[in-house]
Ligand binder design. Structure first.
Ligand code: SF4
Length: 491
């Protein structure tokens, strides 16, 4: 990732990764990468890219700023032939949205050639970069992928065995990552950090166009395999390396062990596609359970109540709340699908006016009702406050906020674009204070117990650091330094 300091009122995932190997050398897999990346677009909207090759032939790469549809246009990728490929979608900031920061990252030297896609954050980036610079490596950007690529090149000097290279790399890196690498020999390797912060899954499908051939897929989320009408066959384990090559299928190679796991809880609450499964757990089921749990924890006593989701992120939790409380679910706020990027607008006033354009309130549904408003989280509170006001201006008798995630109080250092602690509304304010500031009649958050029960994983299997400040990193991070780094530019 590239460090940023952008004003937005939703926390942003940074990237989605995708890789394919097709047994049939005559296929052009760019079409599969396109479909996979379209399904992963929610993980990053600032840049997209593709790298394609045939075994033992050059890797070609195309990447640019923009949505998948804009970047992977037929004109742009028509020369990219091959049966092995990588794809990437990236969320960056306005300042860092340059084609150089887009992925796949292509590394070529006299010794080694490969392409890499990465989702995550390397928390010991500065230390690793300094060591590499002392050895003579030159850097042109501030992205983690460049440091990882240079590390791979330096390890490659000592061994040509890619499994050993990746294992050494994992022992050097601290932080969160899901990575896919394509080597010039035609091998594809996918691996997750030993704590498994970021999801990564695999699957396969058969092509039927002009004779059957098998295609192996690695992807951030199962929705990308579903988009190809494929079958999800597994989830890369934390610390595991999965290897695919033409004609040999896909198999697991080695695992770097860890005493605990730390899958990001926010993937379930907000980031991941509703239809995805993360480590075999349905995101949709979790979101519904979160809503049902909120209904038990914080019911609203009224004979005129309706449950209203904040679209789209509050939908499944609202359904869970409505079903558990036997109340009607109403779509009283309709999203304007053409206004999607409020987060890139600098300054509070512009953001406020865009929220107005983003949601259309349905006055007839709202007037005279006690609204139980369901959303996934409160970050700065700007959007939530605006929505509460909008509901009341349209005749709501009262607005009761129910939030499917516990209060977000601390920044993330694991690859999610977060505001600073000062900007996180729940960090320095009690629940009552937040409720008052947002103009709501009542406010209730999910509990930590409710979150873990809904996901079905324990505290030892999840990262909840933005909720409880328990950062599960390998080395004890200097938190103030990290906050400094993550709120400014890397120096
Ligand atoms: S700190 Fe929060 S957003 Fe970051 S990885 Fe942990 S749970 Fe996810």
């Amino acid at each position: 990732m590239h460090r940023s300091n952008v004003n937005h009122d939703k926390i942003r995932e940074q990237c989605g990764v995708f890789g394919v190997v097709c047994d049939d050398g005559s296929k052009n897999v760019a079409q599969y990468v396109y479909s996979g990346l379209m399904a992963l677009q929610h993980r990053g909207q600032e840049a997209a890219g593709i790298a394609v090759m045939r075994p033992n032939s050059p890797i070609t790469c195309f990447k640019d700023c923009g949505l998948v549809n804009d970047v992977l246009r037929p004109d742009n990728i028509k020369g990219l032939f091959g049966n092995i490929a990588l794809g990437h979608v990236r969320y960056g900031t306005v300042a860092s949205s340059t084609p150089e920061c887009a992925q796949p990252w292509f590394f070529e030297s006299n010794e080694v050639t490969f392409a890499i896609v990465f989702n995550g954050t390397i928390t010991n980036y500065a230390v690793l970069r300094k060591k590499l610079e002392e050895k003579g490596h030159i850097f042109t950007t501030e992205v983690d992928t460049e440091v990882i690529s240079n590390l791979i090149a330096s390890i490659h000097v000592t061994t040509k065995d890619w499994i050993a290279i990746i294992q050494s790399l994992m022992n050097l890196l601290d932080g969160s990552y899901a990575i896919i690498i394509m080597t010039s020999k035609g091998d594809l390797y996918g691996f997750r950090d030993p704590l498994g912060f970021k999801p990564l899954c695999f699957g396969e499908f058969s092509t039927s166009n002009g004779g059957e051939s098998r295609v192996q897929v690695l992807a951030s989320e199962t929705c990308a395999i579903d988009a190809l009408l494929g079958k999800v066959t597994g989830h890369v384990k934390p610390g595991e390396i999965v290897h695919a090559r033409v004609g040999e299928g896909l198999h697991s190679e080695k695992v770097v062990s860890s005493p605990r796991r730390a899958l990001c809880q926010f993937e379930f609450v907000y980031f991941a596609n509703n239809t995805s499964e993360l480590d075999g757990i349905s995101v949709y089921d979790v979101r519904k359970k979160l809503g049902a749990n909120l209904a038990r924890l914080a019911p609203v006593s009224s004979n005129n109540a309706i449950v209203v989701p904040v679209p789209d992120s509050g939908r499944s939790a609202a359904l869970g709340y409505a079903q558990a409380s036997n109340l009607p679910l109403e779509e009283a706020l309709i999203k304007n699908r053409y206004i999607t990027r409020t987060f890139i607008m600098p300054g509070q006033d512009k953001r406020r006016s865009l929220v107005n354009l983003k949601l259309f309130p349905d006055k007839r549904t709202i007037a005279g009702k006690d609204i139980i408003l369901i959303d996934d989280s409160i970050v700065r509170g700007t959007t939530t406050e605006k929505i509460v006001r909008m509901l009341k201006a349209n005749g709501a008798r009262s607005v009761h906020l129910r939030i499917s995630c516990p209060p977000i109080k601390f920044p993330c250092y694991m690859g999610i674009d977060f505001p600073t602690r000062q900007e996180l509304m729940a960090s320095y304010h009690s629940v009552d204070e937040v409720c008052k500031m947002l103009g709501a009649d009542s406010l209730a958050y999910q509990t930590m117990e409710g979150l873990m029960e809904s996901i079905g994983l324990t505290k030892n299997e999840l990262c909840c650091a933005c909720l409880d400040r328990d950062y599960p990193l390998k080395s004890q991070p200097v938190l103030d330094d990290l906050e400094q780094t993550f709120t400014g530019k890397r120096k």
